[in-house]
Design a protein. Structure first.
Length: 488
């Protein structure tokens, strides 16, 4: 007995030693020395260019017949006037009436081109929320150090920022060795089937393979990850898949004075409860790299946990499951977004339907998601039908690639004055970049905009705005990135 207690004590001490040693060794490699950017930018003039771009109501619609082309066409005219050097030196093509592709031919045509992508369209302002905006969403107001309006974050700051950077490069006499493509879709917010997809088809028809594509989808976050006080620049190396499923059930109706045990609404509600109570299995596989970079910046107790994921795996899953933002990074999520049923308060419903939106983790697919839902509901009376084809999750890009390193080093050069962590990230929302998947092995997502917790709801929400400083950084980022990438 004594011997067993002794052995257990030795094992416990050994375990503690391993855990503590691993915690002390859990550090980040030194940050490469970075040359700060010497580009001179006039913040007022630059902010004014973006603020005017926000006055064009380039709202996209699912139904092409409802699409109002006019604001897009006026926006294009505005771009021609604002960026004269680009419109003189680059080749411009219009795809499916509204999407834009600019080609800046490099001097070495044996090199694969790079593509910088952003979208022109914005989501509408939710009816009834206009009055909640501190400044009207389409007035292009610059006030209190911010540029206000729909599209300030998503995604006109990227689009106009790319053009502004290229205009500066032309002004400064830069001539790329490697061809540079600038592509701006017009229907990203409604799945990009005409815009990004059309551009990708055109490039494929010309047999163009891309060295690299950079899109929106990941930003710099501050005070968003509990315990981490330094800003974290997230580089999106993959994105989740997407599908919405319509669940419906039909029953015989009748008088509500003699109801069956479950009405159509009751049957469907039970199915939704089952989905909510049986979340998809969690895996840390796709957030492990993120925590390898961010964990060393955490307070000691948390750092110990993330340095020893082999031991604390169940605990980590439990901690992450408690936060909607972090939970979304470790499993496929389900959100019941629409519910419909019944016609009158004293009539039994003959049918009920609901829509559940799924964001699919890499490793799973649209069809495995449908299979999982069918199995857990286990009720053949409930019809399950996907709305549209959905997207499988993207490929996961390599964090050891030259492209990743180049984005990382450009970020360090911009923020060389402050401590910052750069971390690979699984993008939770869907972007247009999946349309280009066949054209390159290097798709990354990043915008150098700093989001505090209260900013996470601004894109697609009320009071969308970007600080003038962040916008100037956005221009500087693209400028430096294009120059650096060209030396590869
Ligand atoms: Zn967007």
């Amino acid at each position: 007995m004594k011997k067993t207690v002794f052995t257990a004590a030795i094992l416990f001490v050994a375990l503690v030693l391993i855990v503590v040693t691993r915690t002390f060794l859990f550090t980040l490699p030194p940050i490469p020395a970075a040359q700060p950017s010497d580009l001179k930018i006039d913040p007022e003039k630059t902010a004014s260019c973006l603020s005017k771009a926000l006055t064009f109501k380039t709202v996209s619609h699912q139904d092409p017949n409802q699409f109002d082309n006019e604001p897009f066409i006026s926006f294009h005219r505005y771009l021609e006037k604002t960026f004269p050097l680009i419109h003189a030196a680059l080749q411009k093509e219009t795809i499916n009436s509204l999407s834009l592709l600019y080609t800046w031919k490099g001097t070495d045509t044996t090199l694969k081109p790079i593509l910088l992508y952003a979208h022109q369209d914005v989501v509408p302002v939710a009816p009834g929320t206009e009055k909640e905006w501190d400044h009207p969403p389409y007035d292009g107001i610059v006030s209190d150090g911010f540029i206000w309006g729909r599209g300030a974050l998503d995604d006109k700051s990227s689009m106009v920022g790319i053009l502004e950077a290229v205009e500066y490069l032309l002004q400064n006499g830069f001539q790329p060795r490697r061809s540079l493509l600038l592509a701006f879709g017009h229907d990203e917010e409604v799945s990009g089937t005409r815009g990004a997809h059309g551009i990708a088809e055109l490039l494929a028809s010309r047999n163009i393979q891309l060295e690299f594509i950079l899109d929106e989808g990941a930003v710099i976050v501050k005070d968003v990850v509990p315990g981490v006080t330094v800003p974290i620049a997230l580089i999106g190396i993959a994105e989740k898949g997407y599908v919405s499923l319509e669940l419906s059930v039909k029953t015989t109706g009748g008088h509500s004075s003699m109801p069956p045990e479950h009405t159509a609404i009751g049957i469907l509600s039970k199915a939704i409860t089952i989905i909510e109570e049986n979340p998809f299995p969690a895996t840390l596989k796709y957030s492990a790299q993120f925590f390898e970079h961010v964990g060393p910046k955490m307070p000691f107790a948390r750092k110990m946990i993330f340095a020893n994921m082999w031991l604390f795996n169940p605990l980590v899953k439990k901690i992450l499951s408690g936060s909607p933002e972090l939970n979304a990074g470790i499993r496929t999520t389900a959100a019941a977004t629409l519910f419909n049923g019944g016609v009158k308060e004293n009539v039994l419903p003959t049918q009920a339907s609901a829509v559940i939106n799924f964001r699919i983790l890499p490793g799973e697919t649209v069809s495995s998601t449908i299979e999982y839902i069918r199995k857990i509901i286990g009720n053949p009376d409930i019809q399950i039908k996907p709305i549209g084809p959905g997207n499988d999750p993207s490929r996961i890009e390599d964090t050891r690639s030259k492209s990743y390193e180049m984005i990382q080093n450009t970020i360090y050069s911009l923020f060389s004055h402050q401590e910052m962590v750069v971390a690979p990230f699984l993008v939770l929302a869907a972007t247009d970049s999946h349309h280009f998947a066949a054209l390159t092995n290097n798709t990354y997502r990043f915008s150098p905009i700093v989001y505090h917790p209260e900013d996470l709801k601004r894109p697609h929400g009320t009071n969308e705005r970007i600080s003038v400083g962040d916008y100037v950084n956005t221009v500087r980022f693209y400028y430096e990135f294009i120059r650096r990438f060209d030396t590869l």
